[in-house]
Write a protein that binds this ligand. Structure first.
Ligand code: GLU
Length: 316
């Protein structure tokens, strides 16, 4: 049944061609707008896929979810809350104004300012150690060794003036320890890790499974860290469209500007989706529609409410 639902979602939306491929990072503009892959991984380790589920792309903003989890694991709930914040800013992913409006607090760990501040919290004596911790942690979530796409990394490194400005602004508000340029470099590397829709589904399913990767059996983070991460994904995962997403779909999710998306059903599993055409906020159009369809078809909305007595079948 799940294979059939994935196939239906793919058939339904593959012809939808609204949106645009991100081109503010020059290497991303080379993505094929036709690509469309879906993968669903259950907490029991079941895997279902359709379309371009094995096409590689850079993880971009979706890394923020998993780096947030690593930071929570390393420095704890309170420190992340106080240093980064956990609220949606309602502004674009690369907004500088959002930092100014909030007295220097990045507020939202799922957009660039908050993610840069989060990356700076990772343990390590220097940037190289922080990077090693990050790459190792995200690889454990995926259950395989994740590597950098050098072309995208170099392309973003040459053009990320805005992220460097954001990091310096955060430093001016004492929100960033260490060297801002080095932290932005680690952040740019994390965004350049190469993944597939399948990897995203495994990573999401690990968050759904109390922190245990359902394919490798490894405990990557604690169940408490998963809870904290999923709550932030619910309020902040789709940029300034997060409220609409939660209202319509009712699942924690995260998207990124290369067209990836992961939607998580706690205790059940996750969908990884990939298609490069984006809406105005930076969310993949086909990925959102496919996840929405699957969430509805599988009854995954976390806020679905049903009368208690209706579920008892008159058994009282
Ligand atoms: N590396 C991208 C940037 O910093 C990530 C943006 C995103 O996916 O939201 O601009």
């Amino acid at each position: 049944m799940v294979d059939e639902l994935l196939r239906t979602a793919h058939d339904r939306y593959e012809g939808h061609d609204e949106g645009a491929v991100a081109d503010y990072i020059p290497a991303l503009a080379r993505a094929n707008p036709e690509w469309f892959g879906l993968s669903l991984v259950g907490v029991t380790g079941t895997v279902h896929e359709v379309g371009d589920a094995e096409v590689a792309f850079t993880i971009q903003s979706i890394s923020k979810a998993f780096v947030f989890a690593l930071a929570c694991a390393a420095v704890g709930h309170e420190r992340v809350h106080e240093r980064v914040g956990v609220n949606n800013t309602g502004l674009a992913f690369n907004s500088v104004v959002a930092v100014e409006l909030n007295g220097g607090s990045p507020m939202n760990p799922m957009v660039n300012a908050g993610a840069i501040a989060t990356t700076a919290l990772l343990p390590g004596a220097d940037a190289a150690e922080r990077w090693a911790h990050l790459q190792d942690g995200l690889s454990r979530f995926a259950g395989r060794s994740l590597e950098i796409d050098d072309e995208v990394y170099l392309s973003e490194s040459e053009t990320n003036h805005r992220n460097r400005a954001i990091a310096q602004l955060l430093q001016s508000y004492n929100r960033l320890d260490g060297d801002p340029a080095e932290t932005v470099d680690v952040y740019t590397r994390q965004c350049s890790l190469s993944v597939t829709a399948h990897d995203l589904a495994v990573m999401g399913a690990t968050l759904a499974d109390g922190g245990v990767n359902p394919l490798t059996g490894e405990q990557v983070v604690s169940a408490e860290v998963c809870r904290d991460t999923l709550s932030v994904l619910a309020s902040c995962g789709l940029y300034e469209r997060s409220g609409e997403w939660l209202f319509e779909i009712g699942l924690p999710a995260k998207s990124g500007v290369s067209g990836g998306m992961v939607a998580i059903s706690p205790g059940k599993g996750a969908v990884g989706a990939f298609s490069p055409l984006l809406d105005g906020a930076g969310n993949s159009v086909r990925a959102q529609r496919a996840c929405a369809y699957l969430s509805r078809a599988l009854g995954l909305n976390l806020f679905a409410s049903a009368r208690w007595s209706a579920s008892q079948n008159g058994a009282a």
